[in-house]
Structure formats: C-alpha cells, structure tokens
Design a protein around this ligand. Sequence first.
Ligand code: HSE
Length: 306
Amino acid sequence: MNQIKIFCPATVANLSCGFDVLGLCLEGIGDEMIIRKCEQKGLRITKITGADLPLETEKNVAGVAGMALLNHLDLEFGFELEIHKKIKAGSGIGSSSASAAGIVVGINEILGNPLSRKELISFAMEGEFLASGSYHADNVAPAILGGFTLVRGYDPLEVIKINSPKDIYLTIIHPYIEVKTSEARSILPKEIPLKTAITQWGNLGGFICGLYTEDYGLMSRCLQDVVAEPYRKNLIPEFDTIKKTALENGALGCGISGSGPSIFAMSKGKDTAENVANQMKQIYTKTGIGFDVYVSKVCDMGVKFV
Ligand code: HSE
C-alpha cells in the first residue's frame, strides 16, 4: 500500500472528573487526511484545506507527530501529507489531536502496522506538546484507540481503553470563540487542596466503575469537576445556564469539553441528547455568538480508513 485516506475523529477530554487522564472519541465529527509514501525521506505537507495552518513540518502538529514516528522507525523513504480540516482550532474537541493521531496511525498502516495503536500514542503526544505546551494524552489516546480512554499513568505511559456503554450519547455545543489550551492551562492553580483531590479521585474511580457496570446513575453522580471548571467556566459565555438547562432536561452530566470553549453534555439515550441539543441552541441563539451543535455516540474505533 502506498497511499491511504483516513478519518481523524474529534474527541472530548477531561469529562469533568478526569482532568488530563479521561477522554472519549466522537463519531462522525473529524478531519480527513491523505498520506502518500514517496522516495524522499521525511514528511512533507503538500496541502491544507479548511484551516490556516503552517505547511512547514516542524511547525505543524501532524508534521511534528509524524516526524517523531519516522525518526523512531529510521526508514529509507518518506511521506507526503494532505490535511483537510473540519474541526476548528481552539474549539475544545481535539482539533490538534485529530491531526497528530491521524498521521501516526496512517503511516503505521501504510507500513503494515509495525507498532500497536497504544505504542503510537507517545508519538502523537509530541504534536500535542507543540500545540499546547504540555504532554497530555487525554485527546490523542481516544482519537487513536476509540471508546473511552483512561491514562492510568504518564511515566511510563499506560492507557486503558474502555468500550462505551451502548446508550451513551454526547451533545456538544461549540461557540465560535477561541480558547487556547495553553492559556486555559495557565489560569489553573498549580496545587489543589487535599479535600478537592479527594472529591476528584472519588468521582474518577466511580465514573470508571459506572462505565464497566453500565450504572448510569453512578456515572451521573461522578460527572463533577472541582479542579478545572471553577477557573475555566468564566472563559465560556453562558456556561452556567447551559449546564443547568442540560441537567434539568435529563443529561447525566455537563461540563467543559477539554479546555473549552465547547461544552459537552452526556445523556442516556439519543432522545435526551437531542432535546438537550435543542435547549442549548435556544440559549446560544440569544447570545448572538455563532455556534455548532452536534449529537454523537461514542465511537469505539478511533482513526478510521476511508
Ligand atoms: N486535558 C487538557 C486540558 C485537554 O484540559 O488542558 C486539552 O485539550
């Protein structure tokens, strides 16, 4: 195989109770990439549509992630890359991660899969570092593996994939304002009180247990963020109204998607998720800020071949 076309999915990170460790893969929202094997060593980006992003490999998230993998593999040939962006940068649904995940999965596939999907995560994290200045894997892991993912540890990296309970649906609202992950990280305190940590790790453990036992009530009680949301919610217009309305309309939980500005609500069943979507639209229409709303299942596959 010399050429591959791939779908690089959007993701939701943190999921309220799992700052920097929990994430999930969305279905149907994502970018496309075409990757071609060529004689010249290295990685060249030949075309980008849908976003104003650098073509220089060393300045591009996909370029940096791809080169990290190629340097590891030390091949006698190289690759060309076309990126067709659909996920807006700074939207909070893993735009940079989709690119970083896509290039490493795509190159690996053309080569006949010398590495496992889990082994590819650390290379994709190099792209995430370029984009945000931090090595988090809570977007790239679900983009590569699909489903829900838990980063059990970063040093060494250990990621656990959990398939989604079948009735989970996400509603995402993406307001057209940009929140840079680096800035959303810089406003967080470097230390948290013990009481806050106890609340957060209790909820994270409970949420994982809820996923395995399909206990929607337990998942709902655990979808709380006492670490990042109190600081970041002020960056997102109408966050409190959206959250209150989502919960009043039956969502299991509602919080900031990644570092924002997108907001996610998690629901049991498509009807509830669609009702929540309509409520969110009504709230945001009044603000005059442009927005998109999506309803999506959790995709158990990660990066897909088209
Ligand atoms: N866990 C990261 C953060 C996700 O919240 O900063 C950023 O996409």
